[in-house]
Design a protein around this ligand. Structure first.
Ligand SMILES: Cc1cc2nc3c(=O)[nH]c(=O)nc-3n(C[C@H](O)[C@H](O)[C@H](O)COP(=O)(O)O)c2cc1C
Length: 400
């Protein structure tokens, strides 16, 4: 699928952590200029762009290369997916994106990241998440939808979050408890059961959340996984839990149901996943039999991305990959011209967007039609993150 060539993408200069949110400034300081935050507006349609060409993940045909990256709706206090979440997915489905990845859905009660997260740890939740699949398919735009399933691990909203070993992420607040082998096997079963329910609910595939310091992310990381059993001790063993989940899901659901994985290319901590060990780890993940890898990092929501040099910030990690399966680059994709250039260079197959689509669910159509700015109007201020866990649906706080 990919040309394995280099790219002319410039160097990235600076990183910002996800939660240096507003830095004391008022929201109006971030308001975009009237015609978007880039003056290079164009009016030509972009049907001929590679990013608007068809692509495949496994046997799932996608009408373009634009993906809504998982974005928690934060509006399911009783675990059940809400009407406000459905409205968000309806707007996205109509807005021209090729694939929607749902907000993370908890596979176990004790793995919930926040009290308003949607759940799928019981059969009775199937009808709730079916609303997501239905609303996207009913938008009638050929958009596909995948459910992201997760266990928040050390980041779970419980008194004693669980972890692979005693080594915690630097910003972990609570004391963690180390999982036994039996408990890990039980978690594998919960992921598999969740995948079965996702298929029953009518989704086109699943994405297993192995990024952002969540449970599977901390199994993959040499920083947080210091076990010395079948689940840790070498890179191959750190991948065991993912290998078992993928194998069991394949056994239950067959080879036709697409499985995506979202993983860190950078744990943002010394001794963790970094630019040097990431390519080998991605290879090992690909060998588990997944259909695509979405690349993210522990500093996933960087801010202050006005300078185009700072956008699409995990590209330099992707350039080191040489995989036979498609890869999705997520994080700071803001300019249609830049991502088209990246696509042309052949190292990235799909592009994920979270914050830009919160502000502009119709961004893919706008870019296709060639109206307005070549950049999204999202200013990467992270104010949308402040809604998580509060019970009201995720949205942009800036004036439209
Ligand atoms: C409000 C909000 C909710 C998010 N929820 C999830 C989630 O449920 N699962 C996930 O893997 N990432 C989640 N993310 C991270 C995004 O998928 C993405 O990795 C990150 O925002 C960087 O992409 P962007 O620059 O396009 O926003 C969320 C981000 C935001 C802003």
């Amino acid at each position: 699928m990919k040309k394995k060539t280099g790219t002319s993408r410039r160097k990235f200069l600076q990183t910002c952590t996800a939660l240096t949110i507003l830095g004391g400034r008022s929201l109006s300081a971030f308001a975009p200029a009237e015609s978007g935050n880039n003056e290079r507006a164009s009016k030509e349609r972009r049907d001929h762009y590679m990013v608007f060409s068809e692509g495949h993940i496994g046997n799932m045909r996608l009408k373009n290369r634009l993906v809504r990256a998982a974005t928690a709706e934060g509006s399911a206090p009783g675990c059940e997916f809400s009407d406000s979440g459905a409205a968000i997915h309806n707007a996205l489905g109509k807005g021209g994106v090729g694939l929607i990845i749902s907000g993370h859905i908890a596979v176990m009660e004790e793995g919930r990241a926040e009290p308003t997260q949607t759940c799928i740890y019981k059969d009775r939740f199937v009808s709730s998440i079916r609303k997501i699949a239905d609303v996207v398919h009913q938008a009638g735009n050929g958009c596909k939808v995948v459910a992201q399933i997760s266990h928040a691990g050390m980041k779970a909203d419980v008194e004693h979050p669980v972890a692979p070993s005693a080594f915690r992420w630097p910003n972990t607040i609570r004391e963690t408890r180390v999982l036994s082998t039996d408990e890990i096997e039980n978690i594998v079963t919960h992921f598999t059961e969740a995948a079965r329910r996702v298929q029953e609910a009518g989704f086109d595939g699943i994405e297993i959340h192995c990024a952002h310091g969540y449970l599977l992310s901390s199994f993959l990381s040499p920083y947080t996984n210091r076990r010395n059993d079948k689940y840790g001790g070498s890179m191959h063993k750190r991948v065991t839990i993912v290998r078992e989940i993928v194998a069991q899901v394949r056994q239950q659901l067959g080879t036709d149901f697409p499985i995506l994985i979202k993983m860190n290319c950078n744990d943002n901590v010394e001794g963790g996943i970094d630019i040097n060990n990431f390519p080998a780890l991605a290879n090992e993940i690909a060998k588990t039999g997944v259909d695509a890898i979405e690349v993210s990092g522990n500093d996933t929501c960087r801010t202050e991305l006005d300078d185009i040099e700072k956008q699409s910030y995990y590209l330099k990690y992707m350039e080191r990959l040489n995989l036979d399966i498609p890869v999705i680059l997520t994080g700071g994709n803001k300019s249609i011209e830049l991502i088209e250039e990246i696509a042309q260079n052949g190292k990235v197959d799909f592009f994920g967007f979270a914050r830009p689509f919160i502000r502009e669910p119709g961004l893919p159509n706008r870019w296709l039609e060639g109206t307005g700015s070549e950049e999204c109007t999202c200013v990467s201020c992270n104010s949308c993150l402040s809604f998580l866990g509060k019970g009201s649906a995720t949205r942009c706080r800036l004036e439209q």
